[in-house]
Structure formats: structure tokens, C-alpha cells
Design a binder for this molecule. Structure first.
Ligand code: NAD
Ligand code: PPY
Length: 352
């Protein structure tokens, strides 16, 4: 994608900076500060072009605005992308620290209108490093005074979404259902544990085969990564990257339910319509994966107890029931119903 196309986005602000020494680019996209400071994680990875990175940051920032609104959290939506000169595993520690220090300086220059957190390619440890130079960071480790990883609550939210969506699909009981988890990272591995504990038949896939081994030992069926969207299952749980379901895949996906953690899992909104026409129940990603935001903002801004965070995360299931029922009543996609509910809340003051 060229940069001009990426910048046609309607968010509030895009900041771009380059560091000649490391070769890294820094992109921060603030979609909305209407409900509070923009919040959303820092993604660190390589990209085909700067335009692709800006487009990714912008679309992810917009999803954060919807996520915060639908969960009634007093924050707006933003996202940062660190465009690495080469994969993170190939960067020496000094270069990585330099990149984080420059990112912290960028966060400081925004004066708190954007607060970051962990995302793909960054961890609580990286948030601790950022936290030495700026206060505008969620998800530092518990030792450093933060709320720690958001992955566990994200997984619990995805599990609540799976339960809500399977109920909507008329197959509420997980025992015996084939659940395919794509991506066994921090969130996906936990979701796999949760569904297996319910007696579901577990199918797993990851581009890193080592991540499948422990699940295979427990009886899970391993699927090749390029077969993930063509393998028959009852529930497809995308927990790897975004952009997994395009129109063509939506026409053929052999599943009854899609509910997972991956942000922006549909390449285009029309894919939601195709899934809906085929009777596949789609739990909108920004609702299904909101447990992590509830954890970070709940613990660090609102002073919620762990029990309150768990209760609010489980309530994502209730929010989805409301969305499914509204989608049926108005004959719109579940994605549209979720966006409309979020937009309604965007026009109201936050009441977290
Ligand atoms: P992670 O990096 O820990 O795990 C991602 C896993 O996916 C890795 O094991 C990786 O090898 C695998 N993977 C990558 N590409 C793949 C492919 N094409 N096929 C199969 N496996 C592939 O990330 P995570 O924290 O578990 O997050 C997973 C997804 O959920 C991401 O899209 C992230 O944006 C989203 N998400 C995470 C959180 C959170 O709290 N961590 C919150 C909201 C959304
Ligand atoms: C996400 O939910 O996609 C995130 O980026 C996690 C997050 C949530 C709230 C603040 C910072 C990061």
C-alpha cells in the first residue's frame, strides 16, 4: 500500500519518525481521544513498506476505539508500530533498547494523549524498559508496578465469546465439538487449554511446530498452517495474525462459528456479510478480544480488583448475545451490529 492511500484514514493524528542509526521507523496512530486518552499496544515487526505499516497502525487504532467504547472503558483508541529493519530475533540488544528509548521519547512528546501497552512483538519486559523513560505505558510487569500480561484475560474473553457464539449457532455444548485454534502464542495456548478442559476435540496449528507439541501430546490433532481455513471444524479460533478471512475464504470456511483474539481478522467488512449469509456466526474481533483491554485499563486506571476484571471480561459474552440478537432483529451483520453499539457508546460520556 502506498503512503498516500494509508494516510487517507480519518483518525485524529498519525506520527511518523525515522531513525537512521537503527533503520527503524516509528508510527503512532491516534484514532480517537473522545472518550479519554487513546490507548493500544505497540506492535514490533517488519513490514513490506512504510505504507503497509501506517495502514496497519491506523486500522488497529480504529479497532481500539471500538473496543474501548463497547467495553465502556474511559479511553480512546490508538496503536503504535515499530517497523523493524530486520526480524526482532535478529536485532542485537543494544539496537532494540535504542528503538525502545526513541519510542519512549515519542510517547513523551505526545504528553499522555496516547498510552501504549504490549502487542505482537513486545512484552511486559519491554513495557518495563519503556516505563523507565515515560509514564504513558500499560502492562508493565507486576514487579515493576504494572498489571502484567493481558494475555490471560484476553483468553478468558475469547472463551466467553466462543460460548456465546456457539449458543447463537444452536450448539452450546462444547464437549465433542471440533475447535481449531490458529496460533498457540500467549493467548491461543491459553484458549486451547480452556476449550480442551471443557471436553472439546482440539485441533491446533502454528507456524512454529514446537508450539503444537505439548498439545499433540495431550491428544490434539495438528493441522498444517496452510490448511487452517480449509479444515472442517465447528469453531474456528484465530489467535495468530489479522487478515485471515477474505471474501473467498468466507465463502468456503468449513466452520459454524468464528471467535478468536486476532485483531482485524477480516480483510474487509464484506467478509462478515458472506459469513452471515452462510449462517456462520462471527463474534466481532474487537469484542471477543477485549478482555486484555479490560484487564489493563481496569487494573491500572480504574483500580478494579482481579475479581471485577474477571466479571467484566465474562460479561463480554452478554455483550455478544445482545449484538447477535440485534443483528438478527435488524438483519445486519454481527460486525455492523457491534460497530453500531460501539458508536452509540462513543456518543455518550464513559460510565465505566
Ligand atoms: P503471540 O505473538 O504470543 O502469538 C501468536 C502466535 O501465532 C505465535 O505462536 C505464532 O507463531 C503464531 N502464528 C503467527 N502466524 C501464524 C500463522 N500464519 N499460522 C499459524 N500460527 C501463526 O501473540 P498473542 O499475544 O497470543 O496475540 C495473538 C493475537 O491476538 C494477535 O493478533 C494480537 O493482536 C491479538 N490480541 C492479543 C491480545 C493480548 O492480550 N495478548 C489482546 C487483544 C488482541
Ligand atoms: C489490544 O487489545 O489490541 C491491545 O493493544 C492491548 C492494549 C489494551 C489497552 C491498552 C494498551 C494495550
Amino acid at each position: 500500500m502506498d503512503l498516500g492511500e494509508a494516510l487517507s484514514w480519518q483518525g485524529e493524528l498519525t506520527c511518523i519518525r525515522h531513525d537512521q542509526d537503527s533503520g527503524a521507523w516509528f508510527v503512532i496512530a491516534l484514532d480517537s481521544t473522545r472518550r479519554g486518552p487513546a490507548a493500544g499496544g505497540t506492535r514490533a515487526m517488519t513490514y513490506p513498506s512504510l505504507g503497509d505499516a501506517v495502514a496497519d497502525a491506523s486500522q488497529l487504532a480504529s479497532a481500539m476505539t471500538l473496543k474501548m467504547a463497547i467495553t465502556d472503558l474511559p479511553m480512546g483508541g490508538g496503536k503504535s508500530v515499530l517497523v523493524l529493519p530486520r526480524p526482532r530475533a535478529e536485532l542485537d540488544e543494544a539496537t532494540w533498547r535504542r528503538i525502545l528509548e526513541l519510542h519512549a521519547a515519542n510517547l513523551e512528546s505526545l504528553g499522555g494523549s496516547y498510552v501504549t501497552g504490549p502487542d505482537v512483538g513486545t512484552s511486559s519486559r519491554d513495557m518495563d524498559l519503556l516505563g523507565r523513560s515515560t509514564a504513558h505505558v500499560f502492562g508493565r510487569s507486576l514487579d515493576a508496578g504494572g498489571a502484567g500480561s493481558s494475555a490471560e484475560m484476553t483468553a478468558h474473553g475469547v472463551f466467553a465469546a466462543i460460548k456465546a457464539a456457539t449458543t447463537e449457532a444452536g450448539r452450546p455444548d462444547l464437549p465433542g465439538q471440533r475447535v481449531l485454534v490458529q496460533g498457540l502464542g500467549a493467548v491461543g495456548a491459553r484458549v486451547a487449554d480452556l476449550v480442551a478442559a471443557q471436553g472439546a476435540e482440539l485441533l491446533v496449528t502454528d507456524v512454529d511446530p514446537a508450539r503444537c507439541t505439548s498439545f499433540q501430546d495431550l491428544g490434539a490433532h495438528v493441522v498444517a498452517p496452510d490448511q487452517a481455513t480449509s479444515t472442517a471444524c465447528d469453531v474456528f479460533v484465530p489467535c495468530a495474525t489479522g487478515g485471515v478471512i477474505d471474501i473467498t475464504i468466507a465463502r468456503s470456511l468449513p466452520a459454524a462459528v468464528v471467535a478468536g483474539a486476532a485483531n482485524n481478522v477480516l480483510t474487509e467488512r464484506a467478509a462478515a456479510a458472506v459469513l452471515g449469509q452462510r449462517g456462520v456466526v462471527y463474534a466481532p474481533d474487537f469484542v471477543a478480544n477485549a478482555g486484555g483491554a479490560v484487564h489493563l485499563v481496569g487494573r491500572e486506571v480504574l483500580g478494579w480488583s482481579a475479581e471485577t476484571v474477571q466479571r467484566r471480561t465474562a460479561q463480554l459474552g452478554d455483550t455478544l448475545h445482545k449484538i447477535f440478537s440485534d443483528a438478527r432483529a435488524r438483519d445486519v451483520t454481527t460486525d455492523q451490529a457491534a460497530r453500531d453499539l460501539a458508536r452509540e457508546r462513543l456518543s455518550e460520556p464513559p460510565v465505566a
